[in-house]
Design a protein. Structure first.
Length: 277
């Protein structure tokens, strides 16, 4: 059965314990931990904060299956800047993989962000391939999957589609480097969500589920936007998808994360039940 996770970015103005309390109370299966201050920034975890994460996992019997370190923008976007800056970002993300292992996570998420307005594909693809190859080798070493996410055109200027993930996996053959589908990028680009499953096959390992509107990368409560989510759940039931799916509560939910977290999982559970999941 597909597992539903809570993404904790929307809780960043609240104590970390609130994430675990609410995930447990509302019936989430796991947490995808956002890796940014004040909660789970990797250098802070290494300095001792990992013990608090472990305590909360044990107290609430709520596993952290995924770790999503902040790195799409300053200062750790590995797709832009000098080679020294790229190497610095890689070292940071290797530390993130180490911390993911320490908290018992199964995967760490990474997203190739904007490479700069003057960059060409001939520059961007070798840079991405080198970076993911290096991170993938470290992922295999520590035993944590590196889950690569395509972004919207508002966030990345070259890595935005299922075809981009398929090309990456053609170049890099590593069982610890896998893909995922955040439903917003295909929706806003008039792509098929289910095409990710056809194109990526066994590499299609994770989902971010939320709702949205055409023409923006807005994140709306599941079932309350324009996406055909109910139909998508019927398709997921048809193919027997039984991996992880995180409900991506983000900054738009920051004022009342508890209310949104409850509503999101209730809406999704209802759609899953209607689809026979």
């Amino acid at each position: 059965m597909m597992k539903l996770g809570m993404f904790t970015s929307g809780y960043q103005r609240n104590p970390l314990e609130h994430c675990f309390q609410d995930a447990k109370e509302f019936g989430y299966d796991y947490i995808e931990l956002w890796g940014g201050r004040p909660h789970a920034y990797a250098p802070d975890l290494k300095a001792g904060d990992i013990n608090e994460v472990r305590r909360l996992i044990e107290k609430y019997e709520m596993p952290v299956l995924g770790y999503t370190p902040e790195h799409n923008a300053y200062p750790y976007n590995y797709m832009i800047g000098s080679e020294a800056q790229r190497e610095d970002a890689v070292e940071y993300l290797k530390l993130c993989l180490d911390m993911a292992k320490e908290m018992g996570a199964e995967y760490m998420l990474t997203s190739p962000a904007n490479g700069g307005y003057l960059a060409t594909y001939d520059e961007l693809w070798p840079r991405l391939e080198k970076t993911i190859r290096e991170l993938g080798e470290h992922a295999a070493k520590v035993g944590v999957k590196l889950t690569v996410e395509a972004l919207t055109p508002y966030e990345s200027n070259f890595f935005t589609r299922a075809n981009d993930l398929a090309e990456l996996f053609r170049r890099i053959d590593n069982p610890y480097v896998v893909g995922m589908c955040d439903v917003v990028p295909p929706f806003v680009q008039h792509e098929s969500i289910m095409a990710y499953f056809d194109k990526l096959g066994d590499k299609m390992d994770h989902m971010h589920i939320i709702d949205g509107e055409q023409g923006t990368d807005s994140h709306i409560m599941p079932g309350e936007g324009s996406m055909p989510l109910q139909e998508m759940f019927h398709e997921l039931a048809r193919i027997g998808y039984d991996r992880t799916a995180t409900l991506e509560l983000v900054l738009g939910d920051i004022n009342e994360p508890r209310m949104y977290a409850r509503r999101a999982v209730e809406n999704v559970r209802a759609m899953m039940a209607h689809a026979g999941m």
